[in-house]
Write a protein that binds this ligand. Sequence first.
Ligand code: BGP
Length: 480
Amino acid sequence: KLKKFPKNFLWGAASAAYQIEGAWNEDGKGPSIWDTFSKIPGKTFHGTNGDVAVDHYHRYKEDVDLMAKMGLKAYRFSISWSRIIPDGDGEVNQAGIEFYSNLIDELRKNKIEPIITLYHWDIPQASQDKYHGWESREVIEAFKKYCRAVFEAYGSRVRYWVTFNEQNVFTAMGYRWASHPPNVTDIKRMYAANHIVNLANAEAINLFHQMVPNDQIGPSFGYGPAYPITADPKDVLAADNADDFNNNWWLDVYCRGKYPTLVMNHLKNLGVAPTVTFEDTKLLKSAKPDFLGINYYHGGTFQQNQIEHPDKGNQHEKKISKTDPYLMQPKDAQAQTPETPMFDSVQNPYLDKTQWGWEIDPIGFRITLRRVYEKYQLPIMVTENGLGAQDKLEANGVINDQYRIDYLQTHIIEMQRALTDGVDILGYCAWSFTDLLSWLNGYKKRYGFVYINRNDDDQKDLARIPKKSFYWYRDFIRKN
Ligand code: BGP
């Protein structure tokens, strides 16, 4: 028998500043690295940008009104650092403080719990220029200054805070694959930046606990369970390695203040390990998250590596996609991926895929929740889960996204099974509330419960139109 969701379970939806706000240079906001990057011709795959996005900055009341109509219990959004401190570390911009303050009030008025993400990938361009962004220790003080300003402004009104969104994704995309800013392909720099972000994460958690002792903070991690393609121990070993490189490398630091030994040794041998001082370790160990945010889309399947086991030949179809850089392998994979001798990513023959080639794996969601909870013993907030699709607005104004309903329903059932298994889950934020800018796919790849009338090169009227899934989620929340 399935356990019921607790009464106060946070049924929510999520977004991020750059993907929805627009108003990129209004009311004193400074540019972020995304404002700059998306305007360099040929840098993004979609050729569009977030200058206007879905204009949430000007239409937030209309959006919150729709959330209220849907009966949403929680709304996760991110703060744009360069709206609060336009040049990264200087004066606080009161207009920026006010915008989020109004948004929080509007949410509270409608009994919607705000969940704030401090960093969803948009570091101020000024901090990038002055300190090389996340590659230098100086940025940590600037980040703390920004955190202090927002904890002070909103600490009394917001109970749940997320430090970094998907550190594993933004550092890989930004420093290894060069498909996000700062557009680098250097694994040594990627691991160095990761260590700085870990320190900033720890500092933010400690500062929060001093300033807002009764509320909760934690990072959001993009988790994917690692499956071996066969029961051959060589494949199982490869999946173990992948788990260490893709998950534990971050989660162990967040929750235990320690890098996994296997990965650290491997990186040291390759000469790409970050420099970790005694003080760093002390800091990392001192910061304890109150919960873990988990973003779940799909896992990964692995086979023994062809370098370690050349005798086996290529047995399984490799996971390479030309259209989705999340799955893409660089041309010189050997030079760029230190993991190459450890595991090899392959297609999972048991799983269907989305239009963008992402595996659909609801059971993997249950596996994720159980593994993470069992290992780290922290409550889990599901901070993202959802389906990107090319929704169609029909002539009669209807958007029939039954496939999204099916996706969410099957995932929520697996979440309920995980809850029944004993996992402590605080809430579930579907990605996303409205359609928004997909980092790599522009406005074509839609995730929202609410359709936005715009496409990549035509902003149209940005009208908000509830999809079929909107009404489904509304009724579902009502019944808890
Ligand atoms: C996560 C990000 C979100 C969102 C989502 C969907 O990695 O935290 O910001 O973009 O993925 O990704 P995409 O838009 O690439 O399909």
